[in-house]
Design a protein around this ligand. Sequence first.
Ligand code: SPV
Ligand code: MG
Length: 438
Amino acid sequence: MQNSGLMENKTSNPKVFVPMACDLIHEGHINILKKSKKLGHVIVGLLTDEAINVYKPLPIFNYARRKEIISSIKYVDEIYKTNNWDYSRALEDIKPEFVVHGDDWKENNQVRVRQNVINQIKKWKGKLVELPYTKGISSTSVKDVLRSNINPIFLRTQIFSRLIKSKNLIRVIEVHNGLSALIADRTKFKNKEFDCLWLSSLTHSASKGKPDIEYIDDTTVNSTINDIFEITLKPLIFDADSGGRIEHLKYSISNLGRLGVSAAIIEDKVGSKKNSLSKKNNTQKQDSITNFKRKLIEVKKVSSQNGVFIFARIESLILGKGLDDAIKRAKNYINAGADGIMIHSKKQTPKEIFDFCKLYNNLVNRKPLVVVPSTFHKTYEKDFYNHGANIVIYANHLLRASIPAMEKVAKSILEFERSSEVESEMKKIDDLLDFTDK
Ligand code: SPV
Ligand code: MG
């Protein structure tokens, strides 16, 4: 069995190209492969994480594991590492007599790819064979079974590091309890969904009716994380605030790893904590570079063992310390072992973030960069990506959305002394029961 980018076909059998992600093999895949084998020499175009990321969430297994599995199937003669989602490069290399695909792509988000394949293989008189989609089984249904059978800690941490390696821009949404996690987990638009979740100190505190002042204790945090993980396999980034006391850090980071948290962001604040976006006279103090580096070094002693990614959050722009200070800190924090940097700003436009990006992108030891567009919300994701950001966190949006919705209903009940006027604004009771009963 070969596995190369360049094909060298020694058989006279017709070449049959079968593009696949091969995540969680089920009888639908076997059906396609069995039928393909009848047509000739089966070459599975195994899509890499990078290729899959373009149109759907990462598969559960990484490329190496998927390759191991698919190459053991007796209907498969070769594997072709397929880096592009539209297979055009693979088709050009192989020039297969047949391309085999499930017929579901006539209607889903691959319609254009299908047309391109038809046009391309016409050049050497290749044929497209479309097999009926196997009903009642899908990778999604298999994933549901897996949820209860596979070690979720392992899955979440694996998925986060693969996202970092393979995805252009990781899209993260804030959660603060089980319900918001359900919404974050299930919300999809076309081929898009959130890659990852953010347990925000601001919204977690607000959901308990408290200000964002490092009041929420570790036991409460653990319990919320447990609620979130019970309903989703998505990786979680934890807002660790200042990280607390240096002598406690090794315990808290080890706890996060045990729970299955993928990453923690620790900010260079000291003293009485104020939320960074606060407009009131902000008395927040920033840690010295030396102190914060010490903190990072302590944290890394544990996180390099348990795999939790540590992002160092720089508050220089928030506190008016300027770009030079921010970049100096970025360099120092990375040197101290930070796996990535978060740069924060409360300006209405992303200008200072983009200025930072320009300098940051030139660092020799550059690490993934997180941005948090709360105040500069007009900027599109593609602009962040074009400036070099790797992760974008919508840090408070689900909680903020819920407050006016609840206030409106509460006010209306007081006004009309019944709830009829706002019935249409609320989830139907039957839908609510279904929503949480899955
Ligand atoms: C949070 O979401 O709690 C954050 C981001 O730390 S911010 O509120 O902008 O400081
Ligand atoms: Mg916070």
